[in-house]
Write a protein that binds this ligand. Structure first.
Ligand SMILES: [Zn+2]
Length: 475
C-alpha cells in the first residue's frame, strides 16, 4: 500500500537542538497528522546526522569517543521530539549499521556517475563544506560563519557528476515533478542552476577524516558527510535491498530549512536521478527563527529551549505559536511578550473561553441529561488548499475565524439569558450548535494541537463528564 512519506531534515549532531529545528519537527508532524486524518497511510521519519570532522573534533575536546558523543546528542533530539509530541515512525542515525551498509550499496549503484580526481580548493570544517575561490576572496580568507580561516585543500577525492543532471533537474522543477514551496525558493534554485552546477567532491581522504563511512573498494577514502546524510531519506525506507521502499518513494513531502536548500534541491535530486528514482513530490522550505529579532546562537548567549516554553505553557502552545505566528513562507521571530499575549488572547480567551462558556451552561442546566453532539461540517476546500501548499499559518487563520465566529454567535445569542427565561428547549438547541462547532474546530485543530483537540472531543462526547480548563492562567 502506497505510503505518504514525510521527512524532516536530519540535524548535524554536534550540539543541542536549536528551537528552529523544534519548529521543523512540528511542521512535519502536523503534515503527517493531517494525512493520517484523511485515512492516508503515512510514514514520518526524522533522525540525526553524526559523521564528519566537526563531530570528531568536538568529541575529542570533551574527551569522548565520537559515537559516545553522538549517542548523547542524538538522545537530546529524541527528547525534543517527545517533548513536542512528534509522532514519528522512524528515527534514523547515520551511525546505524543499516544506514552505513546501504550507503555503500548505493555508492556502487552510482558508480557510473562517480570518478576520482584532484580537488584543489577551500574548505571550512565548521560548515563541513567546500567554498569557491570567489567566496573565499570576498571574505578575505576567513569563514564568516565561523570566524576561522578557510583551509586550502589539494587532495584526491571522488567526484559526483552533478553537472550532468542540471538540465533534467531544471526541467523537473519547471514541470512540477518536484514542487518547491515557497515559489521564491524555487526561483532561487532555478537561478543557481542557470549559473551552472559543477561536479562535487563526495569523499575525503581517510587520514584526514576517519569518522565516516568507508568508500567501498577504497579504504583510503571516507564518504563526504553531506553525501551520505542525504541518503538517509532512502536508507530509512530500506533502499536499495528491501523492495518495500517502493511503497514509500517518492516522498510526499520533505521539510527543510532555507540554509540547506542547495543540498536538497540541486544535489539530492541529481543523486536520485543517478539512481533512476523519482524526485520527491514536494520540498517545503521554512525560514529562520530569531529571538527578539536577533540570531539565536550560543556565542550571543540568547539560546532558548523548547522545554522552557512547553513546561510552563504546554506542548500545544508551542506548536500553535510556531505554526501560526512564525510565517510559513518567511523568517519569523519569537519573543516572550508576544508569545504570552498570544497564549492569553488567542488560546485562553478565544478558544478556551468558547469551550468554557458552552460547558458551564451544559453542566448547570443539563447535568442529568445527555446532549448529543455531531461535528458540524463546513466546506474545507480552503483549509485543504492551505495544507497542501504548506501554509500552516493561513490554515490556522481560517480555524481561528471559525473560533471568533463562534464567540460572536455566543455574544449575540446570549444563552445565559435564554437560560434565565427557562426556555430549555431553545437553550439546548443553542448549546448543541456550539458543541457541534467546537467538535469541528477540534477536528481541524487535530494536526496542529493534538492534545487540545482530544480534550475538546472528550468534553463533547456524549455522556462524558470530562472537564478541564484549556490553557489555564500561567503566572
Ligand atoms: Zn565556516
Amino acid at each position: 500500500m502506497k505510503k505518504y512519506f514525510v521527512t524532516t531534515s536530519i540535524p548535524y549532531a554536534n550540539s543541542s537542538p536549536h528551537i528552529g529545528y523544534g519548529m521543523e519537527l512540528v511542521q512535519a508532524d502536523c503534515l503527517a497528522r493531517y494525512f493520517r486524518s484523511k485515512k492516508l497511510s503515512t510514514f514520518l521519519s526524522t533522525g540525526t546526522d553524526e559523521h564528519g570532522l566537526k563531530i570528531s573534533e568536538k568529541a575529542s575536546s570533551l574527551g569522548l569517543k565520537p559515537k559516545q558523543f553522538t549517542d548523547n546528542v542524538s538522545q537530546e533530539f529524541k527528547d525534543l521530539a517527545k517533548s513536542l509530541n512528534i509522532n514519528y515512525d522512524a528515527f534514523i542515525r547515520t551511525t546505524d549499521q543499516a544506514h552505513q551498509k546501504r550507503c555503500q550499496a548505493i555508492w556502487q549503484l552510482m558508480l557510473p556517475d562517480i570518478y576520482k580526481s584532484i580537488y584543489v580548493g577551500w574548505y571550512c570544517v565548521g560548515d563541513e563544506a567546500f567554498f569557491t575561490e570567489t567566496e573565499v576572496q570576498a571574505n578575505n580568507g576567513i569563514c564568516p560563519n565561523h570566524n576561522r580561516p578557510f583551509e586550502k585543500l589539494e587532495e584526491e577525492n571522488y567526484f559526483f557528476k552533478l553537472s550532468k543532471y542540471q538540465d533534467q533537474i531544471k526541467e523537473q522543477i519547471l514541470n512540477h515533478k518536484m514542487n518547491i514551496f515557497p515559489d521564491s525558493r524555487a526561483n532561487e534554485i532555478l537561478s543557481l542552476i542557470d549559473r551552472g552546477l559543477d561536479d562535487i567532491s563526495i569523499s575525503r581522504p581517510k587520514d584526514k577524516i576517519s569518522w565516516g563511512i568507508d568508500v567501498p573498494g577504497d579504504d583510503s577514502q571516507t564518504m563526504y558527510v553531506w553525501f551520505e546524510a542525504l541518503l538517509n531519506y532512502l536508507t530509512v525506507i530500506g533502499y536499495p535491498d528491501d523492495d518495500n521502499y517502493k511503497n514509500y518513494w517518492p516522498a510526499k513531502a520533505q521539510v527543510l530549512g532555507k540554509d540547506i536548500l542547495r543540498f536538497h534541491a540541486a544535489i539530492w535530486p541529481a543523486m536520485l536521478l543517478s539512481l533512476g528514482l523519482d524526485l520527491p513530490e514536494n520540498l517545503y522550505v521554512h525560514g529562520f527563527v530569531t529571538l527578539n529579532n536577533q540570531k539565536i546562537s550560543k556565542s550571543l548567549g540568547n539560546v532558548i529551549s523548547a522545554d522552557e516554553i512547553t513546561e510552563n505553557y504546554g506542548i500545544d502552545a508551542f506548536r500553535y505559536y510556531f505554526l501560526r505566528h512564525i510565517p510559513s513562507y518567511a523568517d519569523g521571530d519569537f519573543n516572550w511578550d508576544h508569545f504570552k499575549q498570544t497564549y492569553q488572547n488567542e488560546l485562553a480567551n478565544e478558544l478556551g473561553n468558547a469551550v468554557q462558556r458552552t460547558v458551564v451552561l451544559i453542566d448547570k442546566y443539563f447535568a442529568d441529561q445527555t446532549l448529543e453532539f455531531n461535528l458540524s461540517t463546513h466546506d474545507r476546500a480552503n483549509y485543504d488548499q492551505y495544507m497542501s501548499s504548506f501554509r500552516f499559518d493561513r490554515a490556522l487563520d481560517l480555524v481561528w475565524s471559525q473560533v471568533r465566529g463562534l464567540n460572536q454567535y455566543i455574544d449575540e445569542t446570549k444563552p445565559w439569558l435564554i437560560a434565565k427565561e427557562n426556555d430549555l428547549d431553545h437553550l439546548k438547541e443553542v448549546l448543541v450548535y456550539q458543541g457541534d462547532n467546537l467538535l469541528e474546530i477540534a477536528d481541524l485543530l487535530n494536526c496542529f494541537m493534538p492534545q487540545t483537540a482530544q480534550m475538546i472531543k472528550k468534553i463533547f462526547t456524549s455522556q462524558s463528564k470530562f472537564r478541564k480548563i484549556l490553557f489555564p492562567k500561567v503566572d
